[in-house]
Ligand binder design. Structure first.
Ligand SMILES: Nc1ncnc2c1ncn2[C@@H]1O[C@H](COP(=O)(O)OP(=O)(O)OP(=O)(O)O)[C@@H](O)[C@H]1O
Ligand SMILES: [Mg+2]
Length: 211
């Protein structure tokens, strides 16, 4: 199976945020990326997903670099962002639907699939609600629905369970697992030992270095 490789990644803005980090994220494997706050998890996911250009080192998936020269991710990459990245004045359904519309899916079909994605995270009843009216944990599940809805080959989830109770954390973990079993490349950055324990492969960062 193919994987996403990041090799010799260094990222410097003023100081080194990542220092010679090499990781492989194999397809079909649920990968945990852990480490203390500020250790570089979000920075590494951003480079792995093509949002940031590494100062040194390379990324590769399916024979091509993840960095496309612009900071726009490839269409085969989806994110669950740590700060959600939702549009507050749109409804939950619209926030999920735009991930598909942006990939060229017909609007009616996109709305239907968005509805189904909200249901996967048990928030189908919140589709019409504006995101700014939702609780933190509800927003986090909308962000999960938006990240999962394209069924992308690469899913990079940054602390997707940080605001959730145990039941909903289990739900998100089961959905991450399902994406990996479908053959996806699935990486979850987390502080939570229970999330790490349920992954197949674990990388740990400390001050920008692999430990
Ligand atoms: N654009 C930037 N310019 C300068 N420093 C930055 C920038 N982005 C991140 N940092 C710093 O880089 C370090 C790593 O940040 P990063 O967000 O990758 O950590 P993290 O492991 O995801 O932390 P957390 O668990 O809190 O989300 C931090 O010290 C942060 O302050
Ligand atoms: Mg982070």
């Amino acid at each position: 199976m193919t994987g996403l490789e990041a090799t010799g990644i260094t990222y410097t803005v003023g100081r080194k945020l990542l220092d010679d980090v090499s990781v492989t994220f194999p397809a079909g494997t649920l990968v945990a990326l852990s480490g203390p706050s500020g250790s570089g998890k979000t920075t590494l996911l951003s480079i792995a997903g093509g949002l940031l250009e590494p100062t040194a080192g390379t990324t590769s998936y399916d024979g091509r670099s993840m960095w496309q020269g612009t900071g726009d991710p490839r269409p085969d990459v989806a994110f669950v962002l740590q700060v959600y990245g939702l549009v507050p004045i749109l409804s939950a359904r619209e926030n999920v639907s735009i991930a598909l519309r942006a990939r060229g899916v017909d609007p009616a079909e996109a709305d239907e699939r968005a509805e189904a994605a909200l249901a996967r995270f048990h928030i189908a009843d919140l589709g019409d609600r504006q995101v700014e009216e939702l609780s933190g944990g509800q927003m986090q599940r909308v962000a999960c629905a938006r990240g999962f809805v394209p069924g992308a080959a690469v899913l990079l989830a940054d602390e997707p369970t940080s605001e959730l109770d145990e039941g909903n954390r289990g739900l998100v973990l089961a959905e991450l697992r399902a994406e990996a079993e479908r053959g996806g490349i699935v990486v979850v950055a987390t502080h939570d030992p229970a999330v790490v324990a349920s992954c197949d492969l674990h990388y740990s960062l400390d001050e920008g270095r692999l430990t």
